[in-house]
Design a protein around this ligand. Structure first.
Ligand code: NAD
Length: 374
């Protein structure tokens, strides 16, 4: 399995392949960096073989493993960047469990996964992600204390969505101020793609701030929930990215900025909660920049949720004022990215990555000199 040669392997500290014969567990845990603190990042449970079913079995298995390795390396590095830019005492990690969670995600398998996490002695904290549920993680937590995002336990921080929405809201404020020269959001037209957990909290804040809203969702009840908040326009899901507006806020899917959607985007700013909005890292943000569209790097603007979870990892009683102050700093961080992007005439996504790498490198150097002094 080509880990060191993988295109997404970059300075990872540790990559662990976990297997349990009895339960069939096949998982990979990647710790990208612990320079800033224990690595934190969710556990993705995904059937990587599903898209290779037409290939011969051995080829399909190899491809599935390659996809899983690529995913865990890419996502763990992303978590390092996200946590660093949010100013957290957390490093970056991620885990993937291979298989269909509906058929193989048994309590026994999750307990075996918990034991694998436990063997890392607190260097990695897992959490819910695509394919895992709080209930599944409860089983993992029977074997290890290194699980975050659990409900109803001591130090639990609850639903991260309102905090993510606050971060996106202050991020939109910063972008509108920087790019459009407006002091507040009154009369600013925002198109929200996806009004689920984050999208609804965001819609409420935007309406309260006097923004004009256009929304789209594939679930009618979610549309109705926002309509009940105030005056909003609704468009078909396939049309939301093309709305002529000030801000396009993707709050549903990944890879929404791609060769198909880019030519249609008429917004002046892209700022939303969705993860991995760029189909190709370092590509779509460059195109948007050339077209005068300001892109707010997704992992910077959507960090409110992980900011709220930090206290859980450190087993601290949540402090709402400190948490909100940290979430609101997302706006200042974005302004720094915008300024550097403009000064260097380079895309915001690249600038954010570089700033994150600088923060991690400084922490790693401090850790090395501290260890040398001991
Ligand atoms: P959610 O599932 O509650 O909401 C997503 C919404 O998008 C749903 O209402 C869904 O019906 C809608 N949707 C799906 N496909 C659509 C389409 N083609 N067009 C329009 N709408 C569509 O998820 P969420 O928790 O609100 O998260 C939204 C995004 O933000 C996700 O990408 C998530 O990974 C990311 N994110 C969430 C958090 C958090 O705290 N919840 C934190 C960081 C990042």
């Amino acid at each position: 399995m080509p880990v060191f040669d993988s295109r997404s392997f970059r300075d990872h500290e540790q990559v662990v392949f976990c297997h349990d014969r009895e339960t069939g567990l096949k998982a990979i845990i990647a710790i990208h960096s612990t320079a800033l603190g224990p690595a934190a990042g969710g556990t993705r449970f995904w059937d990587y073989a599903a898209s290779h079913r037409s290939a011969p079995t051995d080829v399909a298995e190899t491809r599935a493993e390659q996809d899983a390795v690529y995913d865990v390396l890419r996502l763990s590095r992303g978590m390092s960047f996200k946590n660093a830019m949010a100013g957290l005492r957390l490093g970056g990690g991620k885990s993937v469990i291979m298989g269909n969670p509906k058929t193989v995600g048994t309590p026994e398998l999750m307990r075996a996964f918990g034991r694998a996490v436990n063997r890392l002695s607190g260097n990695y904290y897992c959490a819910e992600d695509v394919g895992t549920t709080p209930q599944m993680l409860k089983h993992a937590a029977e074997e290890t204390p290194y699980v975050s995002g659990l409900e109803g336990v001591e130090f639990a921080t609850g639903d991260p969505s309102p905090h993510t929405a606050l971060g996106v809201f202050v991020g939109i404020e910063s972008a509108v101020h920087f790019h459009l020269g407006k002091p507040d959001l009154s009369g600013v037209h925002v198109a929200i793609q996806g009004v689920g957990h984050v999208g609804q909290y965001l819609a409420k804040r935007l309406l309260d701030a006097g923004a004009k809203l256009t929304i789209a969702d594939i679930v009618d009840s979610n549309i109705d929930a926002v309509k009940a908040m105030g005056d909003v326009s609704v468009v078909e899901p396939g049309a939301i990215h093309a709305v002529d507006c000030d801000v396009f806020a993707p709050c549903a899917l990944g890879a929404v900025l791609n060769p198909k959607t880019l030519p249609d985007i008429r917004a002046k700013i892209v700022a939303g909660a969705a993860n991995n909005q760029l189909e190709t890292e370092g590509h779509e943000d460059a195109i948007l920049r050339r077209r005068g569209v300001l892109y707010c790097p997704d992992y910077v603007i959507n960090a409110g949720g992980i900011i709220s979870i930090e206290s859980e990892v450190y087993r601290e009683t949540p402090n709402e004022a400190a948490r909100d102050a940290k979430v609101r700093r997302i706006g200042d961080t974005l302004t720094k990215i915008f300024e550097r992007s403009e000064a260097e005439d380079r895309p915001t996504g690249l600038i954010a990555n570089e700033m994150a790498e600088e923060i991690i490198a400084r922490a790693a150097a401090a850790r090395t000199s501290h260890q040398a002094a001991e």
